[in-house]
Design a protein around this ligand. Structure first.
Ligand code: MN
Length: 200
């Protein structure tokens, strides 16, 4: 079983996409399943985005699914607009953030990880607004060009926020991790988002 997270695929960095495609065509073919824990894309404007860089990843994910490898996707804070059309086109099953899965006999909690960063209160406020059903509805009905402009603004704002915020505030809150494990009654959590690969 393979898990990947936070590739932040972006037309500006095609080498990362090439490496991911290589992974999907080779290593991933032998996997029992592939879990993508969010922020696969630097930005996701909507399932209707015709960008060829985006379309090629959709095609490659479909090819993996057609080769018999079940694929699962949890939204990240960059690609939270991924929807049912993406799921249908790629064959990926969309999972809720905080799903418990059975990995080789062990119950494991899977999250993107941004909800664990509770010390970053201004981010959590923004997240609540962006992920509300009303905002999602409005965003999905805006024209692609408007969404593109909005995406640029959000990313610029995010860069400023990251630059102005202490590293420990941007990291997961340890007590929140423990609470999440307790609530789910599991002893293993796999998450992305923080870009700090480690086993704790
Ligand atoms: Mn993230």
């Amino acid at each position: 079983t393979l898990l990947v997270s936070d590739l932040h695929l972006d037309p500006a960095t095609p080498a990362i996409a090439r490496q991911f495609v290589e992974f999907l065509r080779n290593e991933a073919r032998a996997a029992r399943a592939l879990y993508i824990l969010g922020d696969l894309f630097e930005v996701w404007l909507g399932d209707d985005d015709p960008d060829p860089a985006v379309r090629s990843i959709v095609t490659e994910l479909r090819a993996l699914r057609d080769a018999g490898v079940p694929t699962y996707f949890i939204h990240g804070n960059r690609d939270f607009l991924i929807g049912s059309r993406f799921a249908a086109e790629t064959g990926c099953t969309l999972l809720d953030d905080g799903t418990i899965v059975d990995l080789h006999g062990e119950r494991v909690l899977l999250m993107h990880g941004d909800v664990l960063c509770t010390a970053d209160t201004s981010y959590q406020r923004l997240r609540k607004i962006l992920r509300s059903p009303l905002t999602l509805f409005v965003l999905r009905h805006l024209g692609l060009e408007t969404r593109r402009k909005l995406g640029r603004k959000l990313r610029a704002g995010s860069q400023m926020h990251v630059g102005a915020t202490a590293a420990e505030i941007m990291d997961v809150t340890p007590s929140e991790v423990v609470d999440s494990l307790r609530r789910a009654r599991v002893s293993t959590l796999v998450h992305g988002h923080t870009h700090r690969p480690a086993i704790h």
